[in-house]
Design a protein around this ligand. Sequence first.
Ligand SMILES: NC(=O)C1=CN([C@@H]2O[C@H](COP(=O)(O)OP(=O)(O)OC[C@H]3O[C@@H](n4cnc5c(N)ncnc54)[C@H](OP(=O)(O)O)[C@@H]3O)[C@@H](O)[C@H]2O)[C@@H](O)CC1
Ligand SMILES: Nc1ncnc2c1ncn2[C@@H]1O[C@H](COP(=O)(O)OP(=O)(O)O)[C@@H](O)[C@H]1O
Ligand SMILES: [K+]
Length: 499
Amino acid sequence: MYIVTAEDMYEIDRFAIDQGGIDGTILMENAGQAIAKEMMIAEEKSCHMAILVGSGNNGGDGFVIARYLKNEGYPVKVLQLVPNEKIKGDAAYHKQLLIHQKVPIQEVLTTDKLLECLVNVDIVIDAILGIGVTGEIREPLRGMISIINEQNARIYSVDIPSGLPANENHTIDIAIKADRTYIVEAPKQSLFLENTAPYYGEWKVIPIGIPIEAYGMIPKVRSWNLKDVKVSFPKRATFSHKGSHGKGLVIGGQELMPGSVALSSRAALKAGAGLVTVATMERNIPVIANYCMEAMYQNLSNFGHIDLAGFDGVAIGMGMGRNRTAKTFVEDVLAQEDVPVIIDADGLYHLKELLGMLQERRSPTILTPHYGEMAMLTNQEIETIKKAPFTMAKEFAQEHQVYLILKGKYTIITAPDGTQMVNATGNAGLAKGGTGDVLSGILLAFIMQHESVLEAMNNACFIHGMSADLRIESGQNTVIDLLASDVIDGLTNVFRTMS
Ligand SMILES: NC(=O)C1=CN([C@@H]2O[C@H](COP(=O)(O)OP(=O)(O)OC[C@H]3O[C@@H](n4cnc5c(N)ncnc54)[C@H](OP(=O)(O)O)[C@@H]3O)[C@@H](O)[C@H]2O)[C@@H](O)CC1
Ligand SMILES: Nc1ncnc2c1ncn2[C@@H]1O[C@H](COP(=O)(O)OP(=O)(O)O)[C@@H](O)[C@H]1O
Ligand SMILES: [K+]
């Protein structure tokens, strides 16, 4: 599933029409027909439905939906919120088909008239504005959107809640608050942003027959799914030995935070790493070993330098603290170029002053900031990152030539060449201390076992979230009591589904 901007969508659309030879009216037919079928599954014929159409192709989808629902005997009324002369092109073609079928279309041009028309309406189908919206919403649509949001009716939006921008980095003016959105062909960026996502309500993507080649025209932003994981997940060879599965080093855990590296190292082992060594404060070792007795230990306080020779991967920074000594370890690790390094948590704090070292590294560097850490690394406000996470992540990864995992409800994974993936697994149970440490451990295990760093990152994020999801779905936990250690224990159930 590709994630697009409005411009990407228009380009895909053009390719389908110009190169694929598919007429725009057919794409509109496909969209409207498929959405009408979804509506028929979701709603009883006894419901009173109002289909609200605007001037563009989004309104055109609405005319098609009306035709199919009417054919099936649903009592629909079509309310056209713009004057007749505004309906043009493909939308005008489908309006004509509706008129041929004797479906009345009411022109509703004032908020008062709209209020009258919405009395006793159970379902509103919002085909007012799609991805073509620009600037502030003008009257009378502005007032109309506000009225629609105040109704008790259930609202289904077509493609995007009307008024909402498709792209990141836009200010929301006023928009329909949908209960469910049927997204045409591909999710738009705004589906994944904290401020805009809630407008969509539940959502489902409706394929409309665009040739797959059309996606070759646009930057690659994709969501990673279970099928991708199954294809790319490495098989464990029957004759393998512990050295075959990677020797990993976990560095961190100052005196008051032993739990962080305990979680990372246990997660790495549970995620299949062959051998894990923990470099931490001497006093912490008995505590951590109690939770993770399969790991080996190095006394961090005795070293100004850690020799990475012989390790296949390193994760540094979890619970590491922010003193100057900790920084020298991050610097030391970055200077040793032949091993992939994951930098998390306090490691990212120290990295802020070491960004210049990143481009020089010959092995992959993987950074795992949450939004706050990303804001710190880029000298931006958190709100700025939240508003444009795709762009901020891409610019940073390309500039510093790093792999970046920007963690959140939707996690954005970016490669140094700008390729991006979105991970959608996971739930609010993960919003708790320690879950990021678990992700670092899983990542460490996976980068040592996958050929492709990007696939390792995608799989780590997917499986981390899936473990949390399965814990909730199976009733073992709720989103309130889920602990980071439960996510580690849940890996068993995830891996069971992999074979
Ligand atoms: N493959 C595909 O992509 C397919 C896409 N399809 C569908 O097409 C949709 C995109 O269609 P689109 O380009 O016609 O845009 P859309 O949003 O319907 O209307 C734009 C009009 O809205 C108006 N308007 C704009 N801003 C405004 C404002 N601030 N305040 C008030 N009014 C404002 C403005 O009108 P005007 O300025 O002329 O009054 C403008 O002309 C897409 O979302 C999907 O549903 C399907 O049919 C199948 C194939
Ligand atoms: N509401 C949420 N929905 C889904 N995943 C979440 C949510 N909140 C947090 N996560 C995930 O949990 C992890 C939290 O990482 P982080 O903030 O670094 O935690 P910590 O540093 O406390 O271990 C990330 O993988 C993030 O994607
Ligand atoms: K809409």
